[in-house]
Structure formats: structure tokens, C-alpha cells
Design a protein around this ligand. Structure first.
Ligand code: DAK
Length: 259
């Protein structure tokens, strides 16, 4: 597929996905969403892609769903757009590889939502977050009412969703929405450094950790712990587990093989 709205580059095992509609502040229309689905499906399957970074070109990460496209949708089209967008969020959240959002600017509405579908969020000092949907007479439709409270708690999520207030990078860090704030010029290097740190670990352990945390957030504690036991057992049966523990005892760096 030839991409017109995004860029996909593979750099040292890291798939860097850049949403590239800077004139529209990278707003998500169906073309962008379809290209992102195609890119993340490729990342999921491609052995050469070990981690992914999602970012935006220009002064926005994503300024939300494309309002000019959205305003003329009838109910059926609106539902199709929801299912398409929610499918993308679920795809990003459930692929076996770690996905880091490198939030370079505005992450509003669907932009905040897509960042929350990623495993980890880091942002530049210029980033701004918000769920302004109520200003348009709608509510978040790409999982914002569900993922935001899971990340920042129910009270803060309701505050942001009901007021539509934009918050800056430091506030996003303070409430736990992002894990790190860095100078704008360091954003991509820092995102890559995090990806490289994760890529140096045993891939099966990273995969199982991702799924255990994700699944656990959707079920009661007892079920979550039961899932963790299964995921843990999977890691215990790997060659990489033997290598990791042997390397520790032998005081050397482990060499993991994804086996
Ligand atoms: N959609 C389309 N175009 C957008 C856009 C958006 N979300 N955001 C910005 N643009 C365009 C502007 O129209 C402008 O285009 P031109 O006039 O130059 O042609 C260009 O980007 C630059 O924007 P501004 O001139 O407004 O730039 P400023 O620096 O003055 O302001 C801003 C930046 C980010 C504060 C402002 O652009 C803004 O408030 N943008 C809208 C933010 C927003 O409300 N986003 C949408 C949130 S609602 C659904 C599921 C999910 C969703 C919807 C449906 N289904 C269930 C169907 C999600 C909804 C949302 O995301």
C-alpha cells in the first residue's frame, strides 16, 4: 500500500509511524485511519519490526477526528467510523510489540485517545492534551471514556471529559497521562532510547507483560492474577528465561533470541 497520509520507516528494528497531514494538524479521517491500520498490521507481522513509535509531523500529534469529514456523516456512517477507529485503537493496544506514543504537539480528542491506546506515552514540552468532544456536542468515541479513567482515575477523567479543558505537558505528567516530558528536540531520540531499552529484554517477556497488564485492567483482580500466572508460565518455558537467569548468575549480559 502506498501511504499518502502517514510515513512508515524502519530504523534499527524500530518502526516509526508518522502521521503526516500537518496542514490539518494530522486530524484523523478514514484515509488516515485505514493507512494506520495497514501499517500496524504490518508491524504486528514483520519480524524485522521489534517495537513501534507513533508520532505526528508539524506542530500537532493529532488534533482529533477530522471535524470537516465528521460534520456531514449520517448515523450509519458515524457508526462505521467509530468501529473503524475503535478497531485501530484495539489493534495498537493488542499487537505483541511495544508501541510508544511520542506526542510532539496537540493530542486532542481522537489524538489523546490514540496516544492512550499505545503502551507508553512520552511528550515534548510543547504537547497539549484534551478531550474537547463536548464542545462539539459529542463524547469521546475512540475509547476515551474508558482508557482515560484507567490511566488517570475516574475523577480526573470526568473533569477532563466534562470540561473539555486542554492541559499542558507538565499537567499531563502530573496526572500520570504521560510517563516522561522532554525538550521538543529530544523527543524522538528519547522515544527511540525507550524502545531500545525494551528491545534489549526478552521479547516473549515483553509480550506477556503487555498482555497481562492489558487483560488485567479489564477483569477483576482474581481473574487478572490467574491470567498473570498463565502468562508467567509461558515466559518460564522459554529458552530466553534460561539464558536470562544463567547470564545473571554468570555476571554477563544476556543474549536473548525470542525463543
Ligand atoms: N479536524 C479537521 N481540521 C482540523 C482539526 C480537526 N480536528 N483541527 C485543526 N484543523 C485544521 C483547522 O481547520 C485549520 O485548517 P485551515 O483553516 O488552515 O484550512 C488547521 O488545522 C490549523 O488549525 P487552527 O488554525 O485552528 O490552529 P490554531 O493553532 O489556531 O488552533 C487547535 C489549534 C488544535 C487548538 C484548534 O485547531 C482546534 O481546536 N482544533 C480542533 C480540536 C478538536 O476539537 N478536535 C476534535 C475533537 S473531537 C467518532 C469517534 C471519535 C471521534 C469522533 C467520532 N465516531 C464515534 C464517529 C473523535 C472526535 C474528536 O476527536
Amino acid at each position: 500500500m502506498e501511504y499518502k497520509n502517514i510515513k512508515l520507516e524502519l530504523e534499527d528494528g524500530i518502526a516509526v509511524v508518522t502521521i503526516a497531514r500537518p496542514k490539518a494538524l494530522n486530524a484523523l479521517n478514514t484515509h488516515v485511519i485505514n493507512e494506520l491500520i495497514h501499517a500496524f498490521e504490518w508491524i504486528d507481522k514483520a519480524a524485522e519490526a521489534k517495537a513501534a513509535i507513533l508520532t505526528g509531523e508539524g506542530r500537532a500529534f493529532v488534533a482529533g477526528a477530522d471535524i470537516s469529514q465528521m460534520k456531514d456523516l449520517d448515523i450509519r456512517d458515524g457508526r462505521d467510523m467509530t468501529l473503524l477507529g475503535q478497531g485501530l485503537m484495539e489493534l495498537i493496544e493488542t499487537i505483541d510489540k511495544p508501541v510508544i506514543a511520542a506526542v510532539n504537539g496537540f493530542a486532542l480528542g481522537g489524538g489523546c485517545e490514540i496516544s492512550m491506546a499505545c503502551d507508553i506515552r512520552i511528550c515534548s514540552e510543547k504537547a497539549r492534551f484534551g478531550q474537547p468532544e463536548v464542545n462539539l456536542g459529542i463524547i469521546p468515541g475512540y475509547g476515551g471514556t474508558q482508557r482515560l479513567p484507567r490511566l488517570v482515575g475516574k475523577g480526573m477523567a470526568k473533569y477532563l471529559i466534562m470540561t473539555g479543558e486542554q492541559i499542558d505537558a507538565q499537567e499531563a505528567y502530573r496526572i500520570g497521562l504521560v510517563q516522561k516530558v522532554v525538550p521538543a528536540e529530544e523527543l524522538m531520540d528519547q522515544a527511540k532510547a525507550i524502545a531500545e531499552t525494551i528491545m534489549a529484554k526478552a521479547p516473549v517477556a515483553i509480550k506477556m507483560a503487555k498482555h497481562a497488564v492489558n487483560n488485567g485492567m479489564n477483569v477483576d483482580l482474581r481473574s487478572g492474577v490467574a491470567y498473570e500466572a498463565e502468562a508467567y508460565t509461558t515466559t518460564f518455558s522459554t529458552k530466553d528465561r534460561t539464558e536470562g537467569m544463567t547470564a545473571f548468575v554468570e555476571k554477563r549480559t544476556p543474549s536473548f533470541e525470542n525463543r
